[in-house]
Write a protein that binds this ligand. Sequence first.
Ligand code: ADP
Ligand code: TYD
Length: 213
Amino acid sequence: MAGLFITFEGIDGSGKSTQMRMLASALRLRGLEVVATREPGGTPFGKRLRAAILDLHEQVDPLAELLLFAADRAQHVRTLLRPAIDSNHIVLSDRYADATRAYQGAGRGFSKELIAEVIELATAGLKPDLTLIFDLSVAECVARARRRMHDGHKGDRLDSEDAAFHTRVRNAYLEIARQEPDRVRIIDASGSIDETHTRTMDVVMRFIKSRES
Ligand code: ADP
Ligand code: TYD
């Protein structure tokens, strides 16, 4: 099978990282070659950028933030994503360009035109074949993220934005799904981890089969 590029999106705490891990294991059990990665921080250089961008104690100018996510993505596309897709792997990424549309576009307020230009520059046109948006109310995401912090997760600079910011981000994701129904699927993330996994498998296996036929 030719390479496939699937991205996982949603507001912080929606459960997308949990679901990506479970999907990666399930696909590997079926004998498929999977590369699991993330943004920011999918490459060695990107890990250093991630630490800087998300540092809770850092004051980051919004334009610097936008360009740093783009720099992380440029490195990711050129050194990891493109080569892995070209060698026919199934590449799963925990966030990609839609996160910039939602967080820096709707969240921070940069224009759609500027966001589109920066994304085009960083990705050189690489688009996901399939994007899964894990959708959950902001209140439930905050509750999950809080429980996760009790388990030792530190949280980051964007997690600490207010509910209005995360509501704008969620609405932007839903708008992207409405505009690109062929690429983007919304997955109801309000159920248990296993229920959401079943929904995710259903969408992904159907997509893979449609690609094979
Ligand atoms: P994200 O990557 O979207 O920020 P995570 O996958 O890290 O989210 O999940 C956030 C927290 O919520 C974690 O502590 C995780 O164990 C928990 N969680 C994930 N999915 C569910 C679910 N369906 N129901 C309840 N808690 C969940
Ligand atoms: P992530 O590792 O997915 O954090 P979490 O597990 O808490 O959801 O993403 C880190 C943060 O970076 C998240 O708050 C969203 C933000 N982000 C952007 O603002 N723009 C981007 O382009 C990307 C890739 C991430």
